[in-house]
Design a protein around this ligand. Structure first.
Ligand SMILES: [Zn+2]
Length: 499
């Protein structure tokens, strides 16, 4: 919770965005200087004292808030809202006065939404019995409905997405998904939520498999604000910005990394992905409720940054807490951008001696020594150069030209002989691998859409989809449409077949 009093903002440094900002530059906060030759415990104590002093420091205009009083809410509404009553009491008797058919009407409508499909008598009977038994015990009609609703909410049909296929031809283990299961797959893919009334309607009419109808639904769903879930959930997996929440870069080495930066990094990645998904570029974005701190797409032309590869979130999650890792970053690029993940390292390989990194030899020299081992070299020759091309970004993504006492050497050569120097040239090389990138994105998105790992037999699908996406100008909507119309998305393995 935050409260602001306008007057306090007057005369503050311009970064506060208050009225009549001060023209004096903001004084830099005192630096933390660890006592010399102190033990780690003593340094830790000194840092704690330093932070306590910083917290004590009053804001720039010497104003402090002694206390804030919050009063209210004055007219708090109690009980269910009219909207939820309408959703529950499908019979229309919002104020009570139900008839004998009401329980069936209400529970049919609720179960259809909860199970995301039409309900059968076998679904309904136990629910009706529960409601009736409750009334028989002397409870109210509403309490009876509440009990049946609780039963629905613990039912596997609600908790799991149970996909039922249509009868398959004899000997064919693959079945077409039933229309309601297809509607659910589609809405959990694009919205991470249940189908809405319109999707239910298409499923009910049996038209969802018609490519024209399916195409129109996909376009409608991508335009809907609910497709934000695709950015958050898929992006969180693909670009791993969810991992940002748990990274803790070493505080001594990266004092600038705090939660605000963590938040901005994640936001940067989300906005980038949102612009890709909605096929809108350079559109100004605002975070609702965070006035004055709007995130704008910074024009980075002419600078070494651009695209996912140089985003702070990616550079941070592919680093260790104390230093960058060209190996991790190279692996990240191979896996997420080039669809060519390296195998796991063989057992018994000696790890880098962390205590000597950057002391008597640079990280590059140490990794080169590591590569002299032939077993290691096969993979590292693919991973390391990609990571070294990004060495100008430190473990929290900030630009640097030196790593400790060693100048950064961001040159490298790929196994096919292409040479580069620095992130910009590396990016130019990777951009030539458009098809590898398209395949990588197809694999990641198909995995997400199906909710399962990909198998050998999916390879043909991936190749065909990537091909068609390339033919149609690498548009994200084409990629989604191709996935939705693909065999793995439209079919499932039959109950009797091998799984
Ligand atoms: Zn009623």
């Amino acid at each position: 919770m935050a409260a602001s009093v306008l007057r306090l903002y007057e005369g503050l440094p311009a970064s506060y965005e208050g009225p009549s900002p001060s023209r004096r530059p903001m004084p830099a906060p005192p630096e933390f200087r660890p006592p010399e030759n102190a033990t780690p415990e003593k340094v830790e104590e000194a840092r704690k004292r330093h932070e306590a002093r910083l917290a004590q420091k009053p804001p720039a205009n010497d104003a402090r808030v002694r206390h804030i009083e919050l009063i209210g809410p004055y007219a708090q509404t109690e009980g269910p809202s009219p909207e939820s009553l309408k959703k529950v009491y499908a019979c229309g008797h919002l104020a009570g006065g139900h008839g004998p058919a009401c329980a069936r009407t209400i529970l049919t409508s609720l179960a259809r939404r909860a199970y995301r499909r039409p309900v059968t008598p076998a679904d309904l009977e136990p629910l009706l019995r529960l409601a009736a038994a409750s009334v028989k015990r002397g409870e109210s009609f509403e309490q009876g409905i509440a009990l049946a609703l609780r039963a629905m909410l613990v039912s596997p049909d609600f908790l799991f997405r149970i996909e039922r296929g249509q009868a398959a031809a004899p000997g064919n283990p693959v079945q077409r998904l039933r229309p309601y299961a297809l509607a659910s797959r589609l809405s959990y893919f694009l919205w991470a939520s249940m189908p809405d009334e319109e999707l239910f309607r298409c499923a009910g009419q049996g038209t969802l498999r018609d490519p024209a109808v399916l195409g129109a639904q996909v376009r409608r769903m991508l335009k809907d604000p609910r497709s934000r879930a695709l950015v958050e959930a898929f992006g969180g997996q693909w670009l791993q910005f969810r991992a940002l929440e748990s990274v803790t870069p070493d505080r001594e080495r990266f004092p600038a990394f705090e939660n605000n930066l963590r938040f901005s990094m994640r936001r940067e990645s989300e906005l980038f992905l949102a612009s890709v998904i909605q096929e809108r570029l350079a559109r100004p974005y605002g975070i609702p409720g965070v006035k004055g701190q709007q995130f704008r797409r910074v024009d980075l032309s002419g600078t070494p940054r651009g695209g996912v590869l140089t985003e702070g979130s990616v550079l941070t999650v592919s680093s260790y807490s104390t230093r960058t890792s060209p190996v991790l970053r190279g692996k990240w690029v191979l896996d997420n951008l080039l669809a060519a993940p390296p195998p796991a390292p063989p057992a018994g390989v000696p790890r880098l001696d962390e205590s000597t990194v950057g002391v008597d030899r640079s990280l590059r020299q140490q990794l080169e020594a590591h590569r002299s081992n032939a077993t290691c070299a096969a993979c590292h020759v693919r991973m390391d150069p990609l990571g070294f091309g990004l060495e100008n970004f430190d473990a929290v993504g900030a630009w640097r030209t030196e790593d400790g006492k060693f100048p950064v050497d961001a040159t490298g050569a790929l196994p096919d002989g292409r040479k580069f120097s620095g992130p910009e040239e590396l990016r130019a090389i990777l951009r030539q691998d458009k098809d590898a990138f398209t395949r990588a994105l197809t694999e990641k998105l198909l995995t997400y859409a199906l909710g399962r790992g990909l198998e050998r037999y999916d390879r043909r699908t991936i190749k065909a989809i990537a091909q068609r996406v390339a033919e149609r100008d690498y548009r994200f909507s084409v990629l989604v449409m191709e996935i939705v119309q693909s065999l793995p998305f439209q079919m499932r393995k039959g109950d009797g077949g091998p799984s």
